[in-house]
Design a protein around this ligand. Structure first.
Ligand code: FPP
Length: 252
């Protein structure tokens, strides 16, 4: 294990071959709106039901022995949604933080936030920081919430940091390799996802973890996010264990 800037243990390099349990599962939670529309309900009802699915998924990840779970809860593009829906989503985040942090702690879950949190209201930023602080000692599951997150923005920010360091003479451009660049990303210290799931049948990455997804197994599930259950999660883990991962190497 290697120390990281987040003060968390870095995963070892992935092994070639039978994968068993993924160390890190990342999920694009999609389909809340369609779930609500199919019931004649407002979109916010879909997001509320989606928040219940978040709880079930955290429990399923713990049961499945997954160490890292990333949830794409608000993309940088989501700011373009109608103001009322953005308020509904940020209101749900506040509610979640106020009511779930004790439960997260009981379950041994450590919360990390990635994304441009400065775009949220100051009170929400403070709640996010407080939740990270209060759960920092937990070790059972690392829960990474991607909030106001966009992968291209993240990569550009990392490039900017590298360029500044080179200009200031603290970085020799020749030493900048993939590992060093990875440490400039918001996921520094977090192992790359082994498995990326997207619900709702859409088959896109939508600007999610583009650098980190390089060797991830992708699964697109035909279930709307609010209907996502522990059984779906367990099924995805079972399917993952059947896939052979070679990281570009030849089979042995
Ligand atoms: C996609 O459904 C989902 C989102 C934009 C947000 C995800 C939010 C939640 C799961 C609930 C809140 C989360 C927390 C952590 C409290 P969509 O609205 O794009 O659905 P559609 O594609 O069917 O319209």
């Amino acid at each position: 294990m290697v120390a990281s800037p987040h003060g968390v243990a870095l995963a070892q390099a992935p092994e070639i071959g039978g994968a068993s349990v993924p160390a890190h599962v990342a999920i694009i939670m999609d389909g809340n709106g369609r779930w609500a529309a199919s019931r004649g309900l407002p979109r916010v009802a879909g997001h509320r039901a989606g928040a219940q699915a978040v709880r079930r998924t955290i429990e399923a990840a713990i049961r499945g022995g997954v160490g890292w779970l990333t949830l794409y809860a608000f993309s940088s593009e989501n700011w373009r949604r109608p103001v009322g829906e953005v308020l509904d989503l940020t209101g749900l985040m506040r509610h979640y933080l106020r009511h779930e942090v004790d439960e997260l702690t009981r379950e041994g879950v450590r919360l990390h936030v990635i994304g441009d949190r400065t775009r949220f209201e100051p009170d929400l930023q403070a709640e996010l920081a407080e939740a990270e602080r209060r759960t920092a000692h937990n070790t059972r599951l690392n829960l990474i919430m991607a909030l106001s997150y966009g992968a291209r923005h993240e990569i550009v920010e990392a490039a900017r940091r590298a360029a500044r360091a080179a200009r200031d003479g603290t970085l020799d451009p020749e030493t900048l390799d993939e590992a060093a660049f990875g440490q400039l990303l918001s996921t520094s210290g977090i192992p790359d996802p082994d498995l990326i799931l997207r619900t709702s049948g859409e088959q896109r990455l939508s600007n999610f973890l583009l650098w980190q997804a390089a060797y991830a197994e992708l699964m697109f599930l035909d279930v709307l996010w609010p209907d996502f259950s522990g059984e779906h999660f367990a099924g995805a883990l079972a399917e993952f264990s059947r896939r052979e991962r070679r990281y570009g190497a030849r089979p042995g």
